[in-house]
Write a new protein. Sequence first.
Length: 236
Amino acid sequence: MLELRHLSCGYGLVTVVHDLDLDVLPGQITALLGPNGAGKSSTVMAIAGHTTVKGGDIAFEGKSILAMSPADRTRLGIAIVPEGRRVFPDLTVAQNLLIGGYVRSRKEAAANEERVLALFPRLKERHSQQAATLSGGEQQMLAIGRALMTSPRLIMIDELSLGLMPAMVDLCINAVQALKRQGIGVLLVEQNTHRAIGIADRVVVLASGRVAFSGPSSEISNDPGFADKYLGVGVH
């Protein structure tokens, strides 16, 4: 579904990611891991069209998307849940979802909203509340729901569990697994490496913008030294 080949990207004159190969298949979760500053968010933003690509290619379903605008990439089926959630705080849950569905017809957006509210019943309970009044976990649900309003075939989630209570992390992890079962490809950036490896099919680790590890999660799921080896001592 998604193919990154020899991707280099960055900001201005600075190259953050170097020569990255990465794949995301339909109905699979690829975890993108690494210490702070490794280039994970830059990679996600490059796929979405918000970071300058300095070399290599990004292909979606076999066709390069480098010349496409961020909006056209969304229409193609690529959605992003940005780090920090970035919901519209003064708008209601319903209005945030409505904005997420702007690239789809009214009928399709209405059907997508039903699916979002079925996936996240809390959002249905808080449908008319302002997003600013939601807990961090509920805002993350809303950010995921807003992305799902675009009818994505690929969803990229940047820091799923950041700042969330454990119970909310579990709910969001369960939602990601449900998306996988629906055949959606997932690119997951996650600070909780053990949780990410536990649900991922493949893992790619970046260190200083370069690939330090790439392979099936089964290769590292039982390696107690993985975090220290690739992510730095004390990283969990």
